[in-house]
Design a protein around this ligand. Structure first.
Ligand code: GDP
Ligand code: MG
Length: 670
């Protein structure tokens, strides 16, 4: 009768080997008293050889149920009482399955098995994988180093499976015992042998070392068994001498030994750089990385705003919402005998306002598609990594770049993404600056200004992006100088994924999710705002009577706008229409386009020069975001004071920059 225990790390291939060795002759049950599965089987083609599949473990410490089960079984003790069981219930040999592709981690357990005083055979598994990668393991050296038989197998292919079992059987019968391989250095060895001397005489020689080491580690289960034994003084002396706790001392001793052994017998085949590495050599180049990043972003904006996007958007704006729908609706309204105000509301309010916003949907979808691609292929993760170097100089962490990237889609999830930043001051700074990025909803007015004032120049949207980033960096410098933001920048650690081509389906899904929520907003909040803007601008008090006005500058909105418009005179857009557009932009940034369309009656250049239009663009880009994003700021700051500070800072910063642009621009243009 021989019993072979298959033991090793989880996923090393124990069950695969077990199945190969036993075929269908298996009995599955539970280990006594616990729910850990116990599998036993008869070795194929043999009589009286039992194979046991033990739970996967990393160590013989008593911390997990699996460890306790496996260890008790190997030591032949009762799991619950710790009492020694009859000799025949102990396995005769351990067949230690080692994952050959992960030698270092697996050998940690092996060194412990070799201290138990039970014959051990090491089966180095995954031979097929090693052959594929070209890595080699010198089994003779490994055998010599460990002091046990080693054999390489492939449990999956069945290679050497039977001879591993046969080796185990012959070792079990020969009973040759060898010294444990790991020596711990003199101080520890002395302590271990001192403890071994204290052990009761009935413990066999072969188990004394393991027991002494476990006592030195203050192992709970072994201590319980030898409760009367006091070795605390011995342990404490070593601990103070080596300035470490006893468990770590032992673990370090094992790892030192394993490291040397692996270095001697594992030969890694030099591999050529992977495709990802090759791409990174260019995209992550020390100097070129950032120019390449900006070139990529420029292309993304250029293509989405100027070429394909502009073509479709021009068509929607000029043809669909210009030549097709309005005349048709006008005709219908005429036939239905609609009142003047009714056709005004529908044509100049709803169709002009909502239509103007919807016109930008194609550009936005193309932009979202590009951003989804950059994110999914793995490039954006690298950008965060690269930008960390830049951001650090400005007192920001590369971690902040993730919220900023997300913020180019929508500021709300961007602000929420700041949660991953541990340092509170870094997080607050990120929340304050995230909405400086041109989000999807800001794209329409950026494109509107580019189209109406700058001859559809593709550089305008890219410039908005640059201004967003520059404002973030500048704010980093400004805010870091405030006392409340002082402190170390959080470290930035992230694993770079390999590049891969995303599936078209995933890209379109991501694009559509963002785009659809935009379209829904056009049909709800923006529709409502357009109606309100039309009413409030077309009705007002004339001669003390509230009625429809024949000139928008007598309407209610003009009155409100005129009360506030002086604020924006230094920035160059101090008329009531632009002021109202800023205000409606706080409800939703798309409203700016709708409001401009209604109030300037389709002709933006009536109210702006290139300089003031650009100052207007930048102010709306940087000032307080829409109510949804302000709500997100409030939630993430979790403080009314901080929210007020954030919004005040954003508006103040935007105002200063807009005024600077107006002043400088006017000087230059003149
Ligand atoms: P256990 O957790 O130790 O029982 O490991 P399993 O026997 O469940 O094996 C874990 C995984 O490794 C499974 O996907 C096996 O198919 C795979 N595996 C096991 N042995 C080999 C082998 O020799 N070569 C290869 N390529 N895969 C193996
Ligand atoms: Mg298993």
């Amino acid at each position: 009768m021989t019993t072979i225990a298959l033991a090793g790390n989880p996923n090393s291939g124990k069950t695969t080997l077990f199945n190969a060795l036993t075929g269908s002759r298996q009995f599955v049950g539970n280990w006594p008293g616990v729910t850990v599965e116990k599998k036993e089987g008869q070795l194929k083609g043999s009589r009286g050889v039992t194979v046991t599949d033990l739970p996967g473990i990393y160590s013989l410490s008593p911390y997990t149920l699996e460890e306790v089960v496996a260890r008790s079984y190997i030591l032949g003790v009762d799991m619950n009482s710790g009492k020694q069981l009859p000799e025949e219930q102990r396995p005769d040999v351990i067949l230690n399955i080692i994952d050959g592709t992960n030698l270092e981690r697996n050998l940690y357990l092996t060194t412990q098995f070799l201290e138990l005083g039970i014959p051990v055979v090491a089966a180095v598994n995954m031979l097929d994988v090693l052959e594929k990668t070209g890595d080699t393991i010198d089994l003779a050296k490994l055998s010599k180093g460990l002091g046990c038989h080693c054999i390489s197998i492939s449990a999956l292919k069945g290679t050497n499976a039977v001879s591993a079992a046969e080796t185990a059987i012959s070792i079990a019968q020969s009973e040759d015992s060898r010294d444990a391989p790991v020596k711990f250095g003199q101080t520890v060895e002395c302590a271990v042998s001192d403890i071994a001397h204290l052990l009761p005489a009935e413990i066999p020689q072969s188990e004394r070392r393991f027991t002494a080491i476990k006592l030195f580690e203050r192992d709970e289960l072994v201590r319980k068994r030898y409760g009367t034994l006091d070795c605390e003084a011995i342990i404490a002396e070593v601990e103070s001498k080596l300035d470490d706790d006893s468990e770590s001392i032992i673990a370090n001793g094992r790892y030192d030994y394993i490291e040397k052994l692996v270095r001697a017998c594992f030969v890694r085949k030099p591999r050529g750089a992977s495709a990802s590495d090759k791409i990174d050599r260019v995209l992550m180049h020390r100097i070129a990385a950032i120019p390449i990043f900006f070139a990529v972003i420029f292309l993304v904006y250029y293509i989405s705003i100027t070429t394909a996007g502009a073509f479709v958007t021009d068509w929607t704006n000029d043809v669909l919402f210009g030549e097709i729908i309005p005349p048709a609706v006008e005709h219908l309204l005429d036939r239905a005998g609609a009142a003047e105000w009714q056709s005004g509301l529908i044509l100049d309010g709803i169709i002009a306002g909502v239509g103007a916003v919807l016109g930008f949907v194609p550009q936005m979808l193309i932009l979202f598609l590009f951003l989804a691609f950059l994110e999914a292929c793995g490039y954006m993760a690298r950008i965060a990594f690269i930008m960390d170097r830049v951001f650090r100089r400005f007192g920001l962490s590369g971690k902040s770049f993730i919220p900023f990237l997300i913020g180019t889609g929508c500021g709300v999830p961007g602000i929420m993404a700041s949660r991953t930043i541990e340092t509170e001051s870094d997080r607050r700074m990120t929340i304050i600056t995230t909405t400086f990025m041109p989000c999807g909803a800001k794209l329409p007015f950026i494109a509107l200004v580019a189209g109406a004032m700058f001859d559809n120049n593709g550089g305008i949207a890219f410039l908005a992006y640059l201004i967003g980033i520059a404002s973030i960096l500048l704010s980093g410098l400004i805010l870091k100088n405030l006392k409340r933001f002082k402190g170390e920048v959080s470290p930035f650690v992230m694993e770079l994924p390999n590049y891969h081509l995303p599936t078209a389906l995933n890209l379109f899904r991501s694009m559509w999710e963002r785009g659809w929520s935009f379209i829904k907003r056009a049909g709800s909040i923006i529709l409502l705002s357009a109606v309100a803007v039309w009413f409030l601008s077309n009705f007002g008090f004339v001669n003390g009577k509230f009625q429809m006005v024949d000139n928008l500058s007598y309407g209610l909105l003009a009155t409100i706008g005129n009360m506030l418009s002086w604020i924006f005179i230094p920035a160059g857009f101090g008329d009531w229409q632009a002021t109202v557009a800023v205000l409606t932009g706080l409800i939703a940034k798309e409203n700016i386009v709708a409001t401009i369309e209604i109030l300037y009656q389709g002709d933006m250049s009536a109210g702006f020069t290139q300089v003031t239009a650009f100052a207007f663009l930048v102010f709306n880009l940087l000032c307080a975001p829409c109510v949804a994003a302000m709500g997100a700021i409030r939630r993430e700051m979790n403080s009314g004071k901080w929210t007020a500070f954030a919004i005040g800072y954003q508006c103040g910063f935007a105002y200063v920059i807009a005024v600077l642009i107006n002043v400088a621009g006017t000087l230059i243009v003149r």
